[in-house]
Every structure is written in C-alpha cells, then in structure tokens.
Design a protein around this ligand. Structure first.
Ligand code: SAM
Length: 285
C-alpha cells in the first residue's frame, strides 16, 4: 500500500482506518498526481534539502518529499491521522511526524533539533482556515528558511503577490514582500482534492530574502504605518495616517509626507514598500 495518491488506495485507507475528514481542520486531500509532481518540482528539492511539511494529511505529498529530499519533518494536528501515516510512510527512514499544532509549536527549536544549522524548505498544502497566521509565523520568527512553497486559496495568494496600485494590494502583500519574494508556481482547480474545496487554489513559492526588502529603522513603526495606511482605504494617506495615533498633528504629518516626496492625497494602496519605509523612518526620527 505504497502510493497514497492512487484513488483506490486512498479509499481503502479511509475505510481501513474508518477515517472521516474534518472540514474544521481544512482537510482537503490532494488526489492529483500531476499537481503533486508540479509542486515538488516548483519547490526545487534535492537530496541535500531538509523539508518541513505542515499538515501531511494521509501522506500523499509526504511520500514524494521523502523520495526527493534528504530529511522531512511533518507536523500534523489530527491524531486520528497518525495510524494512517504510520502505514503510508512505513517505507521511509528519513521522516519524523510530529503530532501538534503548527501555530503553537516552537518551530525554531524543532528545526534546530532535526536539521541543525542547515537552512530548511517549507512545503505544504495549507489548511486554509489559518493560512495567514501560519505564513506570518514562518516569516516573523526569522527562522532558518530558504523558501516556503505552499498551496493557498487563490484569492489569498493573489493578495500575497500583488503589486502596488491594484485592489488586491494590502497589508498582507507588504508584510510578506518585506521578508520574501513571492512567485506563482501553478493554478490548482477544486477537483484536484477530496473533498473539493469551494474555492480555486494556487501554489506560491516564497523565496526568503537574505535581508528585508527595504531598510527600516524600526520594524514596529514600519508595520504600524502600513496598518494605518490600509486601515481606512477610502481615506487619503494624510487622513489615514493622521488617524493612526502617531502622536503628531495633521500639519506635522503633512510635513512628514512632503519631506519624503509623497503626495498627501494618494491612497495607501498605491505606495511601494520603499515609500512606506521612508515614511516610517521619518516618523521614527
Ligand atoms: N498534505 C495533505 C494533502 O496534500 O493531501 C493534507 C493537506 S490538508 C489541506 C491540511 C492538513 O493540515 C490536514 O491534514 C489537517 O489536519 C492539517 N492541519 C490543520 N490545522 C493544523 C495545525 N494547526 N497544525 C498542523 N496541521 C494542521
């Protein structure tokens, strides 16, 4: 019973373990061999790579990861899947399955324990109900990561990779692009999963930058400026920032914007990361 992706094997396993999928845990299992191969290819793995997988499910992608990478650590919250994974991953000796919640796990210690100082790659078909918290945790904790290749809901993926000016560009685009360079690997239709999700999906690769995309004096100030600028989308930048509790008057905020050459009448969604950084650095001073 080796290949999970084979639909008849998947059904046999589900029956054998009397396993019922839990919608609440975002359990939509990938059943398309071609898509799986493209994800693995997109993640650019070799036997030198150490991989962290989030949510292995029944192990379809995990099997491929074990075959392609040097070592794999997979974190799965649902303990009912552990006996299934024991069977589907029995032939591999380079896998460790951890039963736990990725949002509560000390990822830094886990990576250190299993991978030492080697940079890891994250590969995951994410549970959609916690996509953003997982991505932000991976990025903000400044882990020893080289890249993050993830399946996400298309609408969220479009926001992550959006450029300034469009309606998809927002605080999430800026936050991710501060730490990483996103690119789309492939589009994935709902019929590639059981059960089928109600949304389209895309696979994104986030290449972690060796240093943040822009230089900021204080990260807290940078993210406060970003949050305030997008907080009230219908307001001009000047009004949105003035409402952001930076402890300065509207006149002073106008001077700040003037001094960095940004028109006060612009909207937050037109600003580049560099422009947000320029405002934040000025305010910090
Ligand atoms: N990798 C499998 C596949 O591609 O078929 C399953 C992907 S499924 C979309 C998401 C998986 O994440 C499920 O197995 C689910 O139980 C698991 N999961 C959900 N919440 C989690 C959490 N907080 N921490 C770890 N795993 C989680």
């Amino acid at each position: 019973m080796k290949n999970v992706i084979n639909p008849s094997h998947t059904k046999e396993l589900l029956k054998q373990f009397d396993f019922r999928m839990t919608k609440r845990l975002g359990q939509n299992f990938l059943i398309d061999q071609g898509i799986l191969d493209e994800i693995i290819e997109g993640a650019e793995l070799t036997k030198d790579d150490y991989v962290l997988e989030i949510g292995p499910g029944m192990g379809s992608m995990t099997q491929k990861l074990c075959e392609t990478a040097g070592k794999v650590v997979a974190v799965e919250i649902d303990k009912n899947l552990l006996p299934v994974l024991k069977v589907t991953l029995s032939e591999y000796d380079n896998i460790t399955v951890i039963n736990g919640d990725i949002l509560k796990l000390n990822i830094k210690d886990t990576l250190q324990e299993h991978f030492g100082d080697r940079k890891a790659k994250v590969v995951a078909n994410l549970p959609y109900y916690i996509t953003t918290p997982i991505i932000m945790k991976l990025l903000e904790e400044k882990l020893n990561l080289q890249s993050i290749t993830i399946m996400v809901q298309k609408e969220v993926g479009d926001r992550i990779k959006a450029a300034p000016g469009g309606k998809e560009y927002g605080a999430l685009s800026v936050a991710v692009q501060y730490y990483a360079k996103p690119s789309q690997v492939l589009f994935v239709p709902p019929h590639s999963f059981i059960p089928q999700p109600e949304v389209d999906s895309i696979v994104l690769k986030l290449d972690i930058l060796s240093k943040p995309a822009v230089e900021v004096e204080d990260e807290g100030m940078f993210f406060r400026v970003v949050k305030a600028s997008f907080g009230q989308r219908r307001k001009t930048l000047l009004n949105a920032l003035t409402a952001g509790n930076f402890g300065i008057s509207k006149e002073q905020m106008k001077e700040v914007l003037n001094s960095v050459g940004i028109d006060e009448g612009r909207r937050g969604e037109t600003l580049s990361l560099q422009e947000f950084a320029n405002i934040a650095n000025k305010l910090y001073k």
